[in-house]
Design a protein around this ligand. Structure first.
Ligand code: HSE
Length: 453
């Protein structure tokens, strides 16, 4: 028996007619996402059937280790194979879930599925960010559907929001905390005043961070996600290479201390803003005001904040990764695609929220105007501030404040200068000139201050 509403219970077996055709699914990839997907399809099968009015039946699974894997007995598929080609070609598979990750084999799977007239659900952000628009064009021609909710921010249904929920609005800006690992590292550094290397090593030991952490802490994972979200939000063909990226390696506990003194914190922010000249896109650590909703996003959580011309601010929060949150996204896509196949309308809504994407007109981040936080480490001596202020003045940059926490190590003395809004190019020019100064222990760290959030 299944609870539908308080007090009303119906026998699920009667609710959907046994005679109704099932939608037949092939799962390729049984890693974290694939396993989470199978677990949900097994444990939540009755709920799913109640919502659909028919069952989702797993007819094939594929993994290199499929023969040693325990597949839930209720799902026991017809085909268990280590060769994905068998899945996409099999007549008993209507929808292929591509959950292998990487781009080379994943693209072959998608291409083959489309060639066989199978709809595809994918969790693959790299592939979709790199060539999703082209894959969608081919999907249209083949009359099949392509769904990719799980590709960005696993547990947050942000594609559905941009594709349908607020598609009547005109997005003016989108900000996101799009990488859980770097957000976990930053928030732990903030709480415990530990350096990034310590927190990262712990996260790796606990399995929260990859042995090679570059994709997460150098911003590349967040950049692929922003490329997809910006394409949906603004309707332009955006690839990761179009986006300015800077990671979090240079952030240290003292930056949180200074940021707090300025009533800010530091997060890796993916930002896409519409300007009169076009879109400005970046993934970079930035100071954000403590009283803004993004500052409350702690640990491995993700969040996306969308600003619309009509609906104004909406905010979406949840787990960005994990087998079950991402599995929910995959299963929900399978349900949507299955419904669309049954209704005979497989191209109901473009996965990019726009029937066709326009060409991206890049606007370099260097033209953007912001207040900046400049953090220095110096071998102390008289005249340092005067020298730095002199360089700022030659670039027409106006000082806002100078902060120096007490410090005993005069040969490695940190302090911060904040400057009034100026262009990124002016700051880059100033930082390049300052970097030549012999009293600096390292190049100045320049972070934008997102005071307007
Ligand atoms: N590694 C990503 C993160 C999850 O830390 O958010 C997958 O995109």
């Amino acid at each position: 028996m299944i609870s539908l509403r308080p007090g009303i219970e119906r026998n699920a077996a009667c609710y959907y007619k046994a005679s109704m055709e099932e939608a037949r699914v092939g799962i390729v990839g049984l890693g974290n996402v694939g396993s989470g997907t199978l677990a949900i399809l097994d444990e939540n099968a009755d709920q799913i059937a109640l919502k659909l009015g028919f069952r989702l039946k797993v007819t094939a699974v594929c993994s290199r280790t499929v023969h040693t894997r325990k597949i839930p007995s209720s799902l026991e598929p017809v085909i268990k194979t280590a060769d994905w080609r068998e899945v996409v070609a099999h007549p008993d598979v209507q929808i292929v879930a591509e959950l292998v990750g990487g781009t080379r084999v994943a693209k072959e799977i998608l291409d083959a599925a489309i060639a066989h007239g199978k709809s595809v659900v994918t969790a693959n952000k790299e592939l979709m960010a790199a060539c999703g628009a082209e894959i969608w064009d081919r999907a249209i021609q083949a009359g099949i559907n392509l769904a990719m909710e799980a590709s960005v921010c696993g547990g947050i249904p942000i594609h559905a929001v941009l594709r349908e929920g607020i598609s009547g609005d005109r997005v003016t800006a989108l900000y996101g905390i799009l990488n859980g690992t770097s957000n976990y590292i930053l928030t732990e550094m903030e709480k415990r005043a530990e350096p990034l290397t310590t927190v990262l090593a712990e996260a790796q030991e606990l399995g929260y961070a990859e042995p090679d952490p570059s994709a997460d802490i150098d911003g590349f994972d967040a950049r692929s996600k922003l490329a997809l979200l910006a394409a949906l939000a603004f309707g332009e063909k955006i690839t990761p290479a179009d986006i300015f990226v800077e990671g979090i390696r240079r952030i240290s506990p003292m930056d949180f201390q200074y940021a707090r003194a300025l009533k800010h914190t530091i997060r890796l922010v993916g930002a896409a803003r519409q300007t009169p000249d076009g879109l400005i896109l970046s993934v970079r650590p930035a100071l954000i005001p403590l009283d803004t909703i993004l500052a409350g996003v702690q640990g491995a959580y993700n969040a996306v904040w969308v600003k619309g011309a009509y609906g104004e601010d909406t905010f979406y929060y949840g787990r960005g990764a994990g087998p079950r949150p991402t599995g929910v996204a995959v299963v929900s896509d399978l349900m949507r695609v299955a419904r669309e196949i049954r209704s005979g309308s497989p191209q109901r809504v473009s996965p990019f929220a726009h029937e066709r994407l326009g060409e991206y007109r890049p606007v370099p981040v260097a033209v953007q105007s912001r207040a900046y936080y400049l953090r220095f480490r110096v071998d102390d001596r008289p005249g340092i501030i005067a020298k730095l202020a002199g360089i700022l003045a030659t670039k027409h940059i106006s000082l806002e404040s100078v902060l120096q926490e007490p410090c005993e190590t005069k040969n490695d003395l940190p302090f911060v200068i904040t400057v009034e809004p100026t262009t990124e190019q002016s700051v880059r020019d100033a930082v390049a000139e300052m970097s030549e100064l012999d009293f600096l222990k390292e190049a100045p760290l320049a972070l934008p201050m997102e005071t307007a959030l």
